[in-house]
Design a protein around this ligand. Structure first.
Ligand SMILES: [Zn+2]
Length: 74
């Protein structure tokens, strides 16, 4: 293996490392913005609560979603 090949391999490895790092940073940013953004569904409307997880309508007295059994807000 000559020096040029070694140099090319080094550059290749560095490039892969940078790309992997960028992908990780982008994924972290997306997860953070997804966690911060509000649910697309309104939490309540006309005596009904809409599940933030699956969007199913529940009576406002329900503590848990009838469809996915998750805890409802409020
Ligand atoms: Zn649900």
């Amino acid at each position: 293996m000559n020096q040029t090949t070694q140099l090319l391999l080094l550059i290749l490895a560095a490039t892969i490392g940078i790309i992997a790092m960028l992908l990780i940073i982008r994924r972290q940013g997306r997860e953070r913005s997804a966690a911060e953004s509000e649910s697309p569904y309104a939490t309540s409307s006309e005596g009904q609560k809409r599940c933030p997880s699956c969007g199913a309508y529940n009576a406002w007295t329900d503590r848990n979603c009838v469809t996915c059994r998750r805890k409802l807000p409020g």
